[in-house]
Design a protein around this ligand. Structure first.
Ligand SMILES: [Zn+2]
Length: 333
C-alpha cells in the first residue's frame, strides 16, 4: 500500500487504532496528511493543518453553521481566476463574534496552495520510508505482544509455541474485537440473524461461540479428556481459558504447551464458525459435522514441535498421552 490511503481503508485502520495504541505504539498519532489537490481531505474533520487539530473542534460555532460538514478541503479552498480563495457555504451567514472567528479560520488556510493533479496521501511515521504498510504494522504489533505487554487491565498471554496468527486471533478476542453477531447487531448493522452459526439456538456472543456452544463444548471435552484434565463441573468461560484456570493438574513445565493447545482450539473453532457463516446453505450440514479435533491435534503437534526443537514429540505419544511428555528444554513452562 502506498502513501495514498482510500478513506474506507483509513476508517478501518482508525477503528482498531485504540486497541493498537493500548500496546504503547502511539499508532493513531503516527499519520499526518500529505496535502495534494485536497479532494480526499475533509476540511472540518481531518487533521490537515496541524497534528491533533480538527477545524470542527477549533471552530465549533462555524462548524455548526456549515451546510456540508463532510466537505473536502478542495471544496472550501479554490483557485478562482488565478487567486486562491475561500468558498464558504453557510446555513446562515455568520454574524457578530462569529465573523471575527471566520477571519481567524481564513488566516489558517491563507497560504495554502493545492497542487492540481497531485493526490492527497498520508505520511506514516512508524515506517522509515513514511509509507504505511500492513506488514510493518503487523511486525510492530507482534514485537509488542511478544514482549508480554499489558492491554489495559487485561494481560494477554502470548504463547511462543504457536504461530503468530493464532496469538493475534487470541489478542483480538481478549480485546473483545471479534465480530460476533451480537456485537455486529449492536452496531446497528442489518444482519439476518444473531443466532450462533453452529447451534442456531442462542445469540452468538464471544463466550458462547468460543466456549459455551454445545457443539464447541464437545470439542473442549475431547481436548480435556485427551490431556487427562477434568472438564470443570461448573463449565468455564473465555477468561478461564486465557488464565489457564484449570491447568493445576498439569505439570508446570507443560502449562505453556497446554495453553497453546487451548489457544489453537479457540482459533480452530473460530475458523469453523467462519466457514459455516460463509458456506452455501446446501453445504452447511457437512461443514457443521466436521470434526476439527483431529485437526487441532495435528496442528498443535506440528506447530509446537517445530518451536520446541529439543522436545521429543512423536505422533503416537502426542495423541495418546501428551501430558506424559518430558521436554528436555528448560525455560518453556
Ligand atoms: Zn452455539
Amino acid at each position: 500500500m502506498g502513501a495514498s490511503l482510500k478513506r474506507d481503508v483509513w476508517d478501518g485502520i482508525i477503528s482498531c487504532g485504540a486497541a493498537i495504541d493500548e500496546l504503547g505504539i502511539s499508532f493513531r498519532n503516527s499519520f499526518c496528511p500529505k496535502i495534494g489537490n485536497g479532494d480526499d481531505i475533509l476540511f472540518w474533520k481531518d487533521e490537515w493543518c496541524e497534528a491533533g487539530l480538527r477545524l470542527m473542534d477549533k471552530f465549533p460555532r462555524l462548524y455548526a453553521l456549515e451546510v456540508d460538514q463532510n466537505c473536502s478541503l478542495s471544496a472550501r479552498w479554490r483557485l478562482v481566476d488565478g487567486n486562491w480563495c475561500v468558498q464558504w457555504n453557510w446555513k446562515v451567514n455568520p454574524r457578530g463574534r462569529s465573523l471575527s472567528v471566520v477571519s481567524d479560520l481564513t488566516n489558517l488556510v491563507m497560504n495554502l496552495t493545492l497542487p492540481e493533479g497531485c493526490c492527497d496521501g498520508w505520511f506514516w511515521h512508524l515506517n522509515s520510508n513514511n509509507l504505511f504498510s500492513v506488514k510493518k504494522l503487523s511486525n510492530i504489533i507482534y514485537s509488542r505482544l511478544s514482549m508480554g505487554q499489558c492491554l489495559g487491565k487485561k494481560t494477554h498471554a502470548w504463547n511462543p509455541l504457536i504461530p503468530r496468527k493464532v496469538n493475534i486471533f487470541v489478542w483480538r478476542a481478549v480485546l473483545d474485537r471479534l465480530p460476533v453477531l451480537t456485537k455486529i447487531d449492536t452496531r446497528g448493522i442489518d444482519i439476518p440473524t444473531v443466532l450462533c452459526p453452529l447451534c442456531e439456538e442462542v445469540p452468538e456472543s464471544l463466550d458462547h461461540i468460543l466456549i459455551a456452544c454445545p457443539k464447541v463444548k464437545l470439542i473442549w471435552r475431547k481436548c480435556f479428556s485427551w490431556w487427562g484434565v477434568k472438564f470443570p463441573d461448573g463449565g468455564m468461560d473465555f477468561t478461564d481459558v486465557i488464565n489457564g484456570s484449570f491447568c493445576q493438574h498439569i505439570s508446570s513445565h507443560l502449562h505453556k504447551v497446554f495453553q497453546g493447545v487451548c489457544f489453537v482450539t479457540m482459533w480452530a473453532v473460530w475458523k469453523l464458525r467462519n466457514k459455516m457463516v460463509h458456506s452455501r446453505v446446501e453445504d452447511k450440514l457437512a461443514v457443521g459435522s466436521e470434526d476439527i479435533f483431529a485437526v487441532i491435534q495435528s496442528n498443535t503437534l506440528l506447530w509446537i514441535s517445530n518451536r520446541f526443537p529439543k522436545g521429543q514429540f512423536n505422533w503416537k505419544a502426542w495423541i495418546t498421552n501428551p501430558s506424559s511428555f518430558h521436554p528436555t528444554v528448560v525455560g518453556v513452562g
